[in-house]
Design a protein. Structure first.
Lengths: 131, 131, 131, 131
């Protein structure tokens, strides 16, 4: 992934696999969310703290292309880059199995911010992620 | 189950099954929690509303005996009775597969209440569940 | 939703809500998956049974537009229609809060079938869903 | 914890927290399961591989004492010791918050083994965990 600004390694946990023996589709959104929140930490933002201050970062759209299934015992990395487009922050997040870097998921997460219940650009977030 | 005061029917959802093809152990706690919260509704208590008012009902202990595994497509019922013991509310919750009523789980959930951060008997809850 | 062929009612369970007090984004995929599998049952197909026979129905893409958040205590309905496009089965799945039918999520799930590990049209599925 | 034979560090992920803003009770079982399966790896056993060979390690009982809630951003460690008692393997698993080592959960997981569907002592497991 070009212009990757953050990456986080994980290992599949067996409870994340379903009866097909592969990681359940919904779980990939857990991985992506955790990677985004850890990325925010690295630029000085804490998701829970933002939330407690009335700044609700919410997902407006998730577009997930499943390329290859992760399974029990797999290690993998979530890579992330992001850009601001008006009120929307776009997170491009790919998942690669390790160590062979096989692409498993291509994700585009569109998030927006509600400040005191209204759609708004949150300068604090916009500045922080322009790294 | 004797003195059952509430019961709720469910159907296993495939994402709740793990790579052994049976419902993952942790998921049974989800079932029990949902049944407790639905029971509370029937006696006029709402878990989120209590929480928003600073009354935190928390689980102090969960003792779960797994008797027979639920699997894909199974229907089942959670049956519940409860009693107050000092600051603790004891929820006895069994899960039976349907339609054969085979016992799948015997659970004892001990819950307590933190009111504004301190362990306390919450009269509102105690009165409500003495039905 | 026009041409809806199946709908399934749910109630939000409190464990599905995250620290923002709303249903976590990933959980909507759980709802959609369960609705698809229940739909398949109505046309004579069982997801686990297909899987056990080497027919792996997998999600190739999930495009989810989050319109309005579900929260504790909400009832909602997942409505579904589907169409076959070559090797891909497209499931259009919307979630509406009840009773006001407010649109909460618009989802397009693209699924394909691996028969004995190879991408293939599964006649059994294609015929069953052409209702 | 005395005689601890394995420990694994984790960080709370925000999706694991519920509307009370703390890790949901069921999620602790996920942590314990993952720690057990990682422990098994260190003694040469793989949970999925055992399962594929007809050796089903199942939880017969989970006794979980919740001492202090984990919350967003917490790091913690699961410590584990185990002993064999007849057909049962007992896993004593405690969770401590880091870095202050505050005890959050005391768990006793009783597991048994079904070999080709029958309750049996699995020598392979018994030998491996006698370290």
């Amino acid at each position: 992934m070009e212009n990757c600004v953050f990456q986080l390694e994980f290992k599949v946990r067996d409870y994340e696999c379903d009866l097909q023996g592969i990681v359940n589709n919904a779980v990939y959104q857990n991985y992506l969310e955790h990677a985004r929140h850890e990325f925010l930490q690295t630029v000085g933002l804490n998701f829970k703290d933002l939330n407690d201050r009335g700044i609700k970062a919410v997902v407006a759209r998730a577009d997930l292309q499943y390329k290859f299934p992760l399974q029990s015992n797999d290690r993998f990395v979530v890579k992330l880059r992001c850009e601001q487009k008006g009120v929307r922050t776009m997170f491009y997040q790919n998942i690669y199995r390790l160590p062979d870097e096989k692409l498993c998921l291509k994700g585009i997460i569109t998030s927006t911010t509600l400040v005191n219940g209204k759609l708004a650009i949150c300068d604090e977030i916009v500045k922080a992620i322009q790294i």
